[in-house]
Design a protein around this ligand. Structure first.
Ligand code: GRF
Length: 202
């Protein structure tokens, strides 16, 4: 399956996905990396891996929907079938999502539905929860609100800082996201109504 990754930043999840593909643990190929940030390190990772990487400048488009359709067109033109958001800091409009039904994934650094939106790790620390983690979900037009596919929990420890908690969660993200992508491709994950049915390997 041809995968397109959308990323705005450092791209550590992208790197984890590429590593899984290299080890043949995902039966797919990243064919395109798109970014809304010119200096995103994810584009550097794309260049190093010999994958087409493109900065699509939001300022060149009058409306969010038109920008999103330009992204969709890039993905379609290269044959992308699965869209993976990896630190992509924009909401996608319904028209984009309709172009890839049940084929747009996101990872979020909290146990949703708690702490959606920005600075999820800081939100968790400020609230004082004792467990946090990460969530992979299908994307809908809300903020981090689509059907949950899989979650991993980590403890919040005494004396944690945002940096320490972020690193602990990120380690889990780097295992969970590639596994889910592999399982989507193998047809083990299905959306029934608003609930995800996930057939784990024995
Ligand atoms: C991750 O924490 C992810 O959960 C969130 O954005 C961050 C992206 O990190 N959506 P990276 O660019 O993959 O390193």
């Amino acid at each position: 399956m041809k995968i397109a990754v959308l990323a705005s930043g450092r791209g550590s999840n992208l790197a984890a996905i590429l590593a899984y593909i290299k080890e043949h643990k995902i039966n797919g190929e990243v064919v395109l990396i798109l970014s809304d940030k010119k200096d995103a390190y994810a584009l550097e990772i794309a260049a190093q891996a010999g994958i087409t990487g493109k900065f699509i400048d939001p300022e060149q488009y009058s409306h969010r929907r038109i920008y999103d359709m330009a992204l969709a067109e890039e993905i379609r033109a290269i044959g992308g079938e699965l869209v993976v958001l990896a630190g992509f800091m924009r909401m996608l409009s319904p028209a984009f999502l309709a172009a890839f039904p049940q084929r747009v994934l996101n990872i979020h650094p909290s146990l949703l539905p708690s702490f959606a939106g920005l600075q999820a790790q800081k939100q968790a620390l400020d609230y004082g929860v004792k467990i946090s983690g990460c969530t992979v979900h299908f994307v809908d037009s809300g903020m981090d609100s689509g059907p949950i596919i899989a979650q991993r929990a980590v403890p919040v420890l005494e004396g944690d800082t945002v940096e320490k908690l972020t690193a602990r969660i990120l380690w889990e993200e780097h295992q969970l996201y590639p596994q889910v992508i592999g399982d989507i491709i193998e047809g083990r994950i299905e959306l029934k109504g608003n609930k995800v049915v996930y057939q784990k390997e024995d």
